[in-house]
Design a protein around this ligand. Structure first.
Ligand SMILES: C[S@@+](CC[C@H](N)C(=O)[O-])C[C@H]1O[C@@H](n2cnc3c(N)ncnc32)[C@H](O)[C@@H]1O
Length: 231
């Protein structure tokens, strides 16, 4: 398999040195919005006619969203997949009931039609979206829901100024939080470079056969959630 260039970013950004502080940093770096965005993802998963019994979270990291989904119902099993083993170890410490898989989202080690829903938060900028959409199609059951969430570059020039200032502050905070310095140094550039991800995702979802693709922007255009259904 040819590795997408996002793989190198993911390897540099997430490792043993920053797994322990990830949960606090994601809250701080998103000014508390992370919880609200993840709540929206959980709502989309919960909107279907049936309670999903098997959910796959791609790039689950330390399991913040997986644990929210796990609490949806006693009947729900969440499978949390991530590239970074040290993040999964953290997830295991916090949520011993989650099923953890150390793998890449581009090659899913599951049989066809295994999951009722597939979700991801902050993955789109690291992947070949078309490959992940196709793999997700394969392992998703009919009538299953897919949800992608990630940052977006704001369109409004005023918001853009605030956004750039926010990332300047994050870069400065990397002087104190040294384990996060490489991430804060490059994250804004990666977000602006991969900004077409919602449109690209919708295009690949349609091309693969998904129906009702939907994109909703959040928090002044700094984040988006794209969802669709496998008919
Ligand atoms: C910002 S963290 C997000 C973690 C979690 N989704 C959350 O919202 O808290 C990004 C995660 O994506 C994972 N990742 C990046 N590329 C990946 C890939 N190709 N396959 C699986 N995981 C990947 C990283 O290992 C990292 O844990």
């Amino acid at each position: 398999m040819i590795l997408h260039e996002g793989y190198n970013y993911a390897r540099k950004f997430f490792n043993a040195s920053n797994a322990a502080t990830y949960d606090s940093v994601v809250c701080f770096a998103t000014l508390g919005r992370d919880k609200m965005w993840k709540t929206q993802i959980a709502k989309i998963v919960d909107e279907g006619e049936f309670i999903p019994t098997t959910i796959l979270e791609l790039a689950a990291g330390t399991g913040i969203l997986s644990s929210m989904l796990d609490q949806m119902s006693d009947k729900t099993t969440v499978h949390s997949l991530d590239l970074t083993l040290d993040y999964l170890k953290k997830a295991r410490e916090k949520h011993p009931t989650l099923s953890l898989i150390n793998s890449t989202a581009e090659l899913l080690p599951f049989r066809a039609e295994t999951f009722d829903s597939i979700v991801s938060s902050y993955l789109a900028k690291y992947i070949d979206i078309e490959t992940v959409v196709q793999e997700s199609w394969r392992v998703l059951k009919h009538d299953g829901v897919i949800v992608f969430h990630d940052f977006t570059f704001p369109k409004n020039p005023m918001i853009e100024k605030f956004w750039k200032f926010h990332f300047l502050l994050l870069r400065l905070s990397g002087k104190l939080l040294k384990e996060w310095a490489p991430t804060f140094e490059r994250l804004d550039k990666l977000i602006s470079k991969t900004n077409p991800w919602p449109g690209d995702t919708i295009r690949y979802l349609r091309k693969t056969g998904f129906v009702k693709p939907f994109c909703k922007c959040h928090t002044l255009g700094t984040s988006a959630i794209v969802s669709a259904r496998k008919p």
